[in-house]
Write a protein that binds this ligand. Structure first.
Ligand code: ASP
Length: 590
């Protein structure tokens, strides 16, 4: 292979015994048995045992004795079979070892800041020394999973005539609902580029440019709070198609996902269900429902509208809802303290509390509120929540938004607590028919997806009169409760685009100023088009079975946004600030 190695560390097998080999790698382990020294030589493919015998090769033995973990060495010797007593069947290379004649230190290692086999290393320390962290087999595995997923994606799209086109990363702000990262422009101090929150507008311009089918493995930047599944910079498969309707994009996307999953060794069933947004919220309290388990939400508003229990009847009277879900087998398990904790959980999610009915094994009902409920009301709750004997039904009464939020959070919480989530299931679905707008904090409207999403044609006339009622051509792809992709059919008429921007508070003059380039393109023959953008990091998270996005990114930032590896972000020297025409103003109190 090269002067450094004839094989990789994970490759030697019994059939190679007798061969003279050169191997190189890291010292992953070292055992000094007085006479013999053993080294586990490691690279990305695995590890193989080296044996240094002072009799056979005193020089190699001396080098081995002085080695620290993670030194890089080259070893030459004879591959020999191990005796039955010393063979290691746990290790793919465990039938052989290299009897070393020559051992050369290629690069030494200082004392390590953490041991590579320690599972509980602080994440900051791991990221600061990511080059060490990445040597762990798990990290190598995750990057392998990610690479193979991207390879499958490219192959799938290349076979279908998609062009892989680049778009600028220094651009104008693209509104995707987050703040922009900006780049000051030295040649014209006081002006700024923005890093794209997505290539959204460029991909639309590519459609106007006649490209028909585009994709890009694109980096996106969004200045927003980070979470386990969200980072300041992330990668998405951005794709766009011309002369398509929603179903064309969804069908391509589900086939693509099935192929990526198949290449990773998992079969998934097609087609994925398509569920309207309203139904997802009503049945699961979430627009990204996890369908691996039941715990479906039922509505009892009508049945308890006249209830003696004022919390229920009051909620209905003030235009709210009363909804419930039940957990099988919880009746014997949950204590008073648990119920108090769950009420606390509901409060954290904005509820006022959480009512419950315990359905005992014998069918009787126990609850502090049972005395206020009629038999018919109890029967309705039992039915709507699907509660059998031995179950507990939880009931939330409030405005619709609050009830959906509370029960939507409670559902996965209880599923985890009662271990109701089966392993090895891939529950994909598309959520469709999102509203076009949502209310923003100051009572105006903002785009639910992004402002280039088309309204449903039959709702166009409601844009100005009843924005809240306008449904859109947006869709999300959801897998096991995680949003994997968002997309939509876009607006391809300048006049409609201007009206939509107007609803979200961007009047025609501002629209021309900020989005004139798009509006102009839409005035010169823009084809109907639409697309979607699945998150590459999230695909890798799912296939790699981790719920922390940073695990699948080679060089992530810490939760707070800083990069402990390079020390970024960092202040700029005064001359550089001056050159850019910038002055740093401390925020009061900072
Ligand atoms: N640009 C959108 C996003 O990043 C995806 C799309 O609409 O294609 O969410």
């Amino acid at each position: 292979m090269s002067a450094y190695r004839d094989m990789l560390c994970g490759e030697p097998r019994a059939e190679h015994a007798g061969r003279e080999l050169t191997l190189s790698g890291w010292v992953g382990g070292r055992r000094d048995h007085g006479g013999l020294v053993f080294i586990d030589l490691r690279d990305r493919t695995g590890l193989v045992q080296l044996v240094m015998d002072p009799e056979r090769s005193p020089a190699a033995h001396a080098v081995a004795q002085a080695l620290r973990l993670e030194c890089v060495v080259r070893a030459r010797g004879t591959l020999v079979p191990r005796s039955d007593a010393t063979r290691n069947d746990q290790l793919p290379t465990g039938a052989v070892e290299l009897a070393v004649g020559e051992l050369e230190l290629l690069s030494s290692s200082e004392v390590l800041p953490f041991q590579l086999d320690d599972e509980n290393v602080d994440e900051g320390l791991r990221i600061r020394h990511r080059y060490l962290d990445l040597r762990r087999p798990r990290m190598q595995e995750l990057q392998g999973i990610r690479t193979r997923a991207v390879r499958s994606i490219r192959r799938f799209l290349d076979e279908r005539d998609f062009l892989d086109l680049e778009t600028p990363t220094m651009t104008r702000a693209t509104p995707e609902g987050a703040r922009d990262f900006v780049i000051p422009f030295r040649l014209e101090p006081g002006t700024f580029y923005a890093l794209p929150q997505s290539p959204q507008l460029y991909k639309q311009l590519l459609m106007c440019g006649g490209f028909d089918r585009y994709y890009q493995i694109a980096r996106c930047w969004r200045d927003e709070a980070q979470r386990a599944d969200r980072a300041l910079e992330f990668t998405q498969l951005d794709l766009e198609m011309s002369f398509v309707e929603r179903e064309d994009v969804l069908s391509l996307t589900e086939q693509l996902m099935a192929e990526v999953w198949r290449d990773a060794g998992h079969e998934v069933e097609l087609p994925f269900p398509r569920m309207p947004y309203g139904e997802a919220l009503a049945r699961y309290g979430s627009d990204k429902p996890d369908l691996r388990y039941g715990l479906e939400i039922g509505d009892v508003g009508a049945a308890v509208a006249g209830s003696e229990f004022g919390v229920f009847s009051g909620a209905v009277a003030s235009g709210g809802v009363v909804r419930c879900l039940s957990v099988p087998g919880a009746a014997d398990v949950l204590s008073r303290k648990d119920f108090d904790e769950l009420a606390g959980f509901a409060k954290e999610w904005g509820g006022k509390g959480l009512a419950y009915l315990i359905f005992e094994a014998d069918g009787s009902v126990r609850s502090p509120i049972a005395k206020f409920l009629s038999e018919a009301e109890i029967a309705a709750i039992r039915e709507a929540s699907g509660a059998g004997n031995g179950s507990v039904a939880f009931i939330a009464a409030d405005s619709q938004a609050v009830v959906e939020r509370v029960l939507g959070a409670l559902r996965p919480h209880l599923a985890r607590r009662f271990e109701l989530i089966p392993a090895g299931l891939w529950c994909f679905l598309f959520v469709v028919d999102f509203p076009l707008f949502k209310r923003n904090e100051d009572g105006g409207w903002t785009a639910e997806h992004h402002p280039f999403t088309a309204p449903k044609r039959e709702h166009e006339e409601l844009l100005e009169s009843d924005p809240g009622a306008v449904a859109s051509e947006a869709y999300d792809l959801v897998l096991n409760g995680l949003e994997m992709a968002s997309g939509s059919i876009r607006i391809n008429r300048a006049e409609l685009q201007t009206r939509v921007l107007d609803v979200i508070g961007i009047d025609p003059a501002e629209a021309e100023e900020r989005f004139g380039f798009l509006l102009r393109a839409l005035r010169f023959g823009a084809p109907p088009h639409g697309g979607i953008a699945p998150g590459i990091d999230r695909i890798a998270m799912q296939l790699g079975d981790t719920d922390n996005l940073r695990e699948v990114v080679a060089f992530p930032k810490l939760g707070g946004g800083a990069d402990p590896l390079t020390g970024a972000p960092a202040p700029l020297p005064a001359e550089q600030l001056a050159e850019l025409g910038l002055a740093v103003v401390r925020k009061p109190g900072a």
